[in-house]
Design a protein around this ligand. Structure first.
Ligand code: ZN
Length: 316
């Protein structure tokens, strides 16, 4: 795998992050509660993660990038989650986040929703990733477990990942109801960190549930575009958009400030237990929406295989 760059992130006390989140969310939601709590047991429903928590040696990894997807897909860009875990000095890490599948492994393009414990020296990987694809029969969304389709731990093109030892510990609990502003749930928190911490980059990973309402998500088609996708409009015409219903469990990674690594600043993919999943844009039912999330800051940022030629198309 190609070059890896890294830097330390700014890690404020959890209580400080709470204050920052609260300020940003109160501008956009009618009811806001943000507190430090013990992480709930994430092996339980609806999360069903292979680990209990989000704590211990936390890191963010930004792998590949949108320039490997548009204007034209780079099918040679294939990565392995176990190799990523070693590159970030955390073999056996629990990794969540948002990215793309490996076309080589699945024979199609699709959204990857990460929830995987990488292999360690003594234990095999536990791959609970989901794949969301466009159903060729009726263009509906098709959500499947990655391990039901494939036995490897590969992914492709780009991914935004939060890694930790998966231990229990203190996390930030965020509960909001009724959206009154325009920003989505994640953008509110990301922008409030930027306002609060400026050029000190704070990176956050976690999981949240859209408990009530519906949300706008996209799924990439199985086939890459024959024509190059040169603008956001081209990308949006190629993507399939859906309105999906709660409860949606969303794996989210965001960074308040790019310290010069050509980062994707926020990326969230959702799965569910009713067959829907994909890339989160925002909720579509502001009057009834409810979110519940658990978040933790990352200590280090790793940039793996950064594209040498970049652009700002398709970063939404
Ligand atoms: Zn995505």
């Amino acid at each position: 795998m190609a070059e890896t760059e890294s830097c330390a992130l700014h890690v404020p006390p959890l209580e400080d992050i709470c204050e920052s989140f609260k300020r940003g969310l109160e501008k956009n939601y009618a009811e806001v509660h943000v507190t430090v709590v013990d992480c709930p047991d994430l092996t339980q429903k609806p999360y069903c993660f292979p680990v209990k928590g989000l704590c211990g040696k936390s890191r963010i990894a930004d792998v590949g990038g949108v320039p490997y997807l548009v204007p034209s897909a780079r099918l040679d860009k294939v990565y392995n989650i176990n190799t990523v875990a070693k590159k970030i000095n955390l073999p056996g890490a629990y990794i969540l986040g948002a990215g793309a599948t490996s076309h080589k492994s699945l024979g199609m393009n699709a959204e990857m929703i990460f929830s995987v414990q990488a292999e360690s020296a003594t234990t095999p990987s536990v791959n609970d990733n989901y794949v969301a694809s466009v159903n060729p029969a009726d263009s509906s969304c098709l959500l499947e477990k990655y391990r039901d389709k494939n036995s490897d731990d590969e992914f492709g093109l780009l991914s935004n990942l939060y890694a930790s030892e998966g231990k229990p510990g203190k996390v930030i609990e965020v509960k909001v109801k009724r959206r009154t502003g325009q920003d989505n749930f994640v953008s509110c928190m990301r922008k409030s960190l930027k306002e609060h911490y400026g050029d000190n980059a704070v990176g956050i990973g976690g999981t949240f549930i859209i408990q009530e309402g519906k949300a706008k998500l996209h799924v990439m088609p199985r086939e890459f575009s024959v024509c190059p996708l040169n603008t956001d409009d081209d990308v949006n015409r190629w993507l399939k958009f859906y309105e999906m219903k709660a409860p949606l469990i969303c794996q989210s990674v965001f960074v308040s400030h790019d310290p010069g690594f050509d980062l994707r600043l926020e990326h969230t993919h959702c799965f569910s237990h009713h067959g829907e999943g994909g890339h989160y844009h925002t909720d579509t039912t502001p009057d009834t929406v409810q979110y519940l999330g658990y978040f933790h800051p990352a200590e280090f940022l790793y940039r793996i295989d950064r594209p040498s030629v970049t652009h700002l198309v398709g970063r939404d």
